[in-house]
Unconditional design. Structure first.
Length: 135
């Protein structure tokens, strides 16, 4: 797509698969992956399991960009969880989501930037997340 003067207009949201040198812990990780051998930030074993590193590439992460901000997902399960929460027309309150974990103000939704929260943006975000490569 091109704009004035023939300049390319980037798509509003794009999702890509990247590889990192070490395992990513994202804001969604503690809500999706429970540390089996330790608390999530030091755990090496998770339920459900985190993706294993790809030989010669590293740990997979899925990154989506919107208005200069990035959301990073460490697993397909995290993407599915985000689709479940963000795909609701009326967002649940972070207090409601965090209650079961006794973490009423630390749910990832309470930390999500406001630019991702309007319904129209969330619809596009969910659409893109469903297109995640390898997810």
């Amino acid at each position: 797509m091109t704009g004035a003067g023939g300049a390319a207009i980037p798509a509003l949201m794009q999702i890509r698969l990247e590889y990192r040198d070490k395992r990513q812990i994202t804001p969604l990780t503690p809500w999706v992956h429970k540390g089996v051998d330790a608390i999530y930030w030091t755990a090496t074993v998770f339920d459900p399991p985190m993706p294993k590193p790809v030989l010669g590439k590293g740990w997979p992460v899925w990154v989506i960009e919107h208005r200069g901000r990035e959301l990073v997902f460490a697993s397909p399960e995290e993407i599915e969880h985000a689709i479940d929460v963000l795909g609701r027309k009326i967002l649940p309150s972070p207090r409601e989501l965090g209650k079961a974990h006794l973490a009423v103000n630390s749910h990832w939704l309470s930390r999500l930037h406001a630019s991702f929260k309007p319904w129209k943006v969330r619809q596009e975000l969910v659409k893109r997340l469903k297109q995640a490569p390898g997810a």
